[in-house]
Design a protein around this ligand. Sequence first.
Ligand SMILES: Cc1cc2nc3c(=O)[nH]c(=O)nc-3n(C[C@H](O)[C@H](O)[C@H](O)COP(=O)(O)OP(=O)(O)OC[C@H]3O[C@@H](n4cnc5c(N)ncnc54)[C@H](O)[C@@H]3O)c2cc1C
Length: 412
Amino acid sequence: MVKTVDIAIVGGGMAGASLALLLQKFCPQLSVALLERQPLPLPTAGTAPQLPSFDTRATAVAAGSLQIFSELGLWPRLRDYCAPIERVQVSDRGRGLGAILEADPRKRASFAGMLGAVIENAALGPVLYDALAQTDAQLLAPAQVRAVTMESGGAQLSWRAEEGGSERTLQAGLLVVADGVDSPLCHQLNIGVQRVEYRQRALITTVGLQRDHGGVAYERFTERGPMALLPLPRRDGQHRVALVWTCADEEAEQIASLEAGAFVERLQRAFGWRAGRILRAGKVHSYPLSLSLAEEQWRRGLVLVGNCAHFLHPVAGQGFNLTLRDCHALALTLARGCAAGAPPGELDLLQEYGRERRLDQQLTIGFSDRVPSLFASGSLWARGLRQAGLLGLTLAPPLRAGFVGQAAGFGL
Ligand SMILES: Cc1cc2nc3c(=O)[nH]c(=O)nc-3n(C[C@H](O)[C@H](O)[C@H](O)COP(=O)(O)OP(=O)(O)OC[C@H]3O[C@@H](n4cnc5c(N)ncnc54)[C@H](O)[C@@H]3O)c2cc1C
């Protein structure tokens, strides 16, 4: 017998797991199945799932996203793993000038009074999955979706629990594809992708500092690429920050292969002394960077969320934040449709969602794409522009408020 659900989500990374929680909150009457090809951990086991989303990276979660997590009841648990961002210090290497972005101190009591917080992805995974285990969502894992057929009433999915295992079928009124960048399902559905290769990689590791970071996130632009040090909670009394170091492919390869002491020395030279002395660094992981945008994000019975819809440069820490705003809007739109008796895969409903998200997506994608190229350029005009930009951010409160609003994920 073919199983049927209202909504099937393929991919249980940060996008799929967050959407499943939002659907359970806002559309409890709709049945939801989440299919993830990797095994999930037992609830409350305290170990991170073996999924790409929940690896050794840390995510800068904007205040707007914290607000969404709070609506889901996750904040009391997340708070223990988060380091709040109280200030962002933006600077241009080789110049004394810099901009300091601060949240509005008059709103300190709410999330709007924060710029955001940093959470290690390995901690976020168990929080999301423990919460999901308390809901009625069906968690199918390991479950590799191998083929999808779109039909008039939605989608039919074929999946397998293991290689060589028997093929099972699931029928869904709405298929949500959340299977990450370079999505094979999008390829199978003939959804085109616009892609810009940055020919850069992000080097990621955890770094130990001699002094406390004081809640400051440092964003430093060099002619070779942007670097960020993001505050992390202390562990075993050690002051820790998450490093995101963007450089050209060849240079990244060379830096990633340095032994620990040489890596720390090179990092200190490249980053400077704004965060004080760098004492140590953990294992370095390297991620290729591109801008990858799906040419369609919805069709009747189908919607794309997360990296398969838009994969961004991580410089401004916007990828997951944009995705969470998409997922929040999608859940609210489906809840409205549900109240009006519309099936979740109805085209009008998905178009309404698309219209609602267009402006935020355009602004955020443009922001993430343009900032690194502006700051990477050695040309005189670009240097002038970024000096003016940094100066503007320092001196002009409305401009700064716009930048902070964009970074904090509010007001769009
Ligand atoms: C270096 C770096 C730093 C970043 N930092 C930030 C940041 O500070 N702030 C921020 O907002 N964003 C950040 N991002 C972006 C953020 O990581 C992504 O938005 C997030 O990972 C989105 O994940 P996803 O769930 O869409 O995709 P993925 O994490 O790739 O998840 C896809 C899931 O689908 C599963 N899957 C794939 N195919 C199938 C199938 N056929 N059947 C079943 N399951 C399948 C996979 O196993 C996987 O678990 C960063 C990204 C990078 C690369």
